[in-house]
Design a protein around this ligand. Structure first.
Ligand code: HEM
Length: 155
């Protein structure tokens, strides 16, 4: 068995779970924000349910999936450096990939912080905000995946 092929398979699985969570969580935040105009006790009941789903998605799927995507990604870097040296880390496609990693990790951190604000009742974000930003992680993922599969460069 080849360790590199195992590492990339595990990396892709972790990334699938991470992306699924990043795409679904803001949708739950949008539904939560939309409860503002609903009558009681429906509003509180809906928010209790939505926040249970938000918490579980963050703790059971998103946080472990991000951790594993990082672990297997760093393992891939280690194996890559052994096979072809460290120069690929400075190639445009890899720089784009790593910038994407930073952007997605930052977005993940922001969603985590927002969960704490939503629970505390201090979040200022509207349903419209969550619906408008929802596609951003997927656009970043397109750039990242095409970068690693094509290893594009300038000229
Ligand atoms: C979390 C930090 C991450 C690190 C450190 C990392 C690092 C890496 C490395 C070093 C490779 C091997 C590149 C090569 O030589 O071909 C790789 C492959 C790949 N990564 Fe990541 N990555 C991360 C996150 C992600 C994310 C978020 C996505 C998708 C949105 C992604 C998608 C892929 C894909 C599709 C491959 C190609 C696997 C293959 O060889 O078939 N990675 N990653």
């Amino acid at each position: 068995m080849n360790w590199y092929d195992l590492a990339r398979g595990l990396h892709i699985l972790a990334v699938i779970a991470w992306m699924a969570g990043l795409l679904f969580l803001p949708r739950l935040y949008a539904y939560d924000a939309e409860q503002a105009g609903k009558p009681e006790p429906l509003r509180t009941e809906m928010r209790t349910l939505l926040r249970t789903w938000q918490r579980r998605l963050l703790k059971i799927i998103l946080n472990p999936a991000m951790g594993l995507a990082w672990v297997f990604g760093l393992w891939l870097i280690h194996l890559d450096v052994q096979m072809r040296g460290a120069a690929f880390l400075a190639e445009p496609w890899m720089v784009a990939k790593l910038l994407g990693v930073v952007a997605l990790s930052g977005w993940h951190g922001f969603l985590s912080a927002e969960f704490r604000r939503i629970e505390a009742g201090t979040s200022k974000k509207s349903s419209r905000f969550w619906r408008m930003t929802n596609e951003i992680p997927f656009l970043i993922a397109i750039v990242m995946v095409i970068s690693v599969t094509t290893e594009w460069t300038f000229g």
